[in-house]
Design a binder for this molecule. Structure first.
Ligand SMILES: Cc1ncc(COP(=O)(O)O)c(C=O)c1O
Length: 324
């Protein structure tokens, strides 16, 4: 197996911490510790993508996401670190004041373009047009898809599965479920390939924060299949190897219900762990609700904390109100 080369900038391997919730042990893989400016799950994928961009002599990165995109912020940070200009297309209106990830995008000197949801549907054309303009001016740009979720980017989570496999080798009660938030599908797709390659038996569970579970079943499976084909990996995957659980983001991608916010502040107060309002908060809440309160057929849970702390500062007053 030929593993693609990458830059090495993430703080990995990340530790696994155990907490106890209502008597159940939950392991938490701290991928929120992969860095500070480039913290969270995106940097694992960007390590591969940025190596590729640098080897193509690129000097501009173009990418996209929501206004509070963690991926956009991590890309802008890494762009600044390697001397590449970052151009962002963010879905939504320009807010009156810049907070959280968006404020950091600005600090990392990214060019920020706000586009409507309809325009976002055609992001590939928009990026292509920009790329052509840049080419005429002598720049070399690469487009990084949403969430860095490409067949190359998902190597970040193939590698994470390898890391997990080594870390769990001496653990007596291996978790039979590995849980993550799903936003563009790359984290889960990488884990799908990686758990097969490195012989991890745990079933993968994703909580989608947008679209539907059916949509993500296809997206994750296709992405994993493309990676297997492109890199000629000797693994067989099936849609039975993972499950996407819907219904924990009914308030909408950019919103969070009061009940969930109260739960997240309980987690911060009782465990010292910050969960973000868009991804990890909904997935962690979903995991507790689904497994601990509704389904008792599990022997152990491992939650991948995929980061997102800066998103908290976009909604910090709501968090503070939730503890009152
Ligand atoms: C903090 C955080 N967690 C989880 C996810 C979901 O990961 P993926 O896009 O690989 O599905 C994202 C991004 O989408 C994220 O920013």
């Amino acid at each position: 197996m030929k593993i693609p080369p990458k830059i090495e900038i993430a703080n990995i391997p990340t530790p696994i911490h155990a907490i106890f919730y209502e008597g159940f042990e939950i392991l938490i893989k701290r991928d929120d510790y992969t860095g500070i400016e480039w913290s969270g799950n995106k940097i694992r994928k960007l390590e591969y993508i940025i190596y590729d961009a640098l080897s193509k002599k690129a000097n501009v990165l173009i990418t996209c996401g929501g206004v509070q995109s963690n991926h956009a912020r991590a890309t802008a940070a890494i762009g600044a670190r390697f001397g590449l200009k970052t151009i962002l297309y963010l879905r939504g209106k320009e807010p009156k004041s810049y907070k959280g990830n968006l404020a950091l995008d600005k600090l990392f000197d990214a060019e920020i373009n706000f586009i409507s949801a309809e325009e976002y549907e055609n992001i590939h054309e928009i990026a292509e047009k920009k790329n052509n303009e840049l080419k005429k001016k002598g720049f070399k740009a690469v487009f990084i898809p949403e969430g860095a979720s490409s067949p190359l980017g998902i190597w970040g989570y193939i590698e994470c599965a390898k890391e997990l496999s080594a870390q769990l080798r001496n653990v007596k009660n291996k978790p039979n479920h590995i849980v993550t938030a799903v936003g563009s599908g790359g984290t889960l797709a990488g884990l799908l390939v990686g758990t097969k390659l490195f012989n991890l038996k745990s079933k993968l569970i994703g909580f989608n924060v947008l679209k539907t579970s059916d949509d993500f079943e296809k997206i994750v499976f296709n992405l994993a299949t493309q990676c297997i084909k492109k890199y000629k990996l000797n693994v067989k995957i099936s849609t039975k190897d993972f499950e996407i659980i819907d219904g924990y983001s009914t308030e909408g991608y950019e919103n969070i219900s009061q009940e969930k916010l109260e739960f997240l502040t309980f987690v911060s107060q009782d465990y010292g762990i910050i969960l973000d309002p868009t991804y990890t908060g909904k997935a962690f809440y979903g995991m507790i609700d689904h497994f601990i309160y509704h389904e008792n057929e599990f022997n152990g849970l491992l939650f991948i904390h995929t980061g997102g702390i800066f998103g908290v500062f976009d909604k910090i007053q709501k968090y503070l109100k939730a503890i009152e």
